[in-house]
Design a protein around this ligand. Structure first.
Ligand code: 6GU
Length: 234
């Protein structure tokens, strides 16, 4: 998986070189380049935004630098990329979408700031490549950078070979399949600050352990994310 990330804040992406994602890059399993949108401006002030037509607060990112950036990155691409545009007005980013994007050979991320990017940029890009306008949750960030960090981490760990034990991808929360939240986990010591590890986990009875974990998953999901429960039959 290869990604081009376009932003006016390239420094936001330095942490991608840490931890599992950075290790995957050094292992040659994934790679990315971060580009400064202002490199595609031509005025002295390297302007990337302007006031909104129709009025209102905030600034809108101008289409011309984005058009030139996407033209150039598309011309350099060896296969048609998928363009991901983070926006609070997007469709929800899910584990299923992370799996789809992890299978794409080339992603492009267009990080908007302020009140977003002139809507013609996505419209025009859609005539050249698949475009996904995506939100990471029902809250507002100042720009797409933090959303792209979150999406890159979710995507990169699904690339084959990145996570050491693929079993750990199966059981975790939001695993496509069960759709339930993960059960609680415990490690040593057995007694800690007056709290004990549930006895069933020490029993060595895998059937009882599995049944206990399934019950805790269901209980947690009902309490925290009832929207994830399968519809009940009448
Ligand atoms: Cl993807 N971008 C911004 N700016 N805010 C968000 C978001 C994305 N997802 C949730 N809030």
């Amino acid at each position: 998986m290869y990604a081009d990330i376009v932003t006016i804040f390239p420094d936001y992406f330095a942490p991608l070189d840490l931890s599992l994602v950075g290790k995957a890059r050094r292992a040659g399993l994934v790679d990315w380049r971060v580009h400064d949108l202002r490199d595609w401006t031509h005025d002295r002030h390297r302007t990337v935004d302007d006031t909104p037509y129709g009025g209102g607060a905030g600034m809108v990112m101008k289409p011309e630098p984005w058009g030139e950036a996407l033209d150039q990155l598309l011309a350099e691409a060896w296969s048609t990329p998928t363009l991901v545009i983070p926006t609070p007005a997007g469709v929800p980013f899910t584990q299923a979408m992370a799996h789809e994007l992890a299978a794409a050979p080339h992603l492009m991320f267009a990080c908007g700031r302020y009140e977003g990017i002139d809507a013609r940029v996505a419209e025009h890009a859609a005539s050249r490549m698949p475009v996904r306008e995506v939100s990471i949750g029902d809250y507002v960030l100042n720009g797409g950078e933090v959303a792209v960090l979150a999406m890159m981490e979710a995507i990169v760990r699904l690339v084959p070979g990145v996570v050491g034990n693929p079993e750990s991808l199966v059981e975790e929360s939001h695993a496509v399949g069960s759709g339930l939240l993960e059960y609680p986990s415990y490690t040593k010591p057995m007694h800690w600050r007056g709290l004990d590890v549930p006895a069933v986990l020490l029993s060595g009875d895998h059937g009882r352990v599995d049944a206990w974990r399934a019950a805790r998953s269901l209980e947690r999901t009902a309490a925290r994310r009832p929207d994830l429960l399968p519809p009940t039959q009448d």
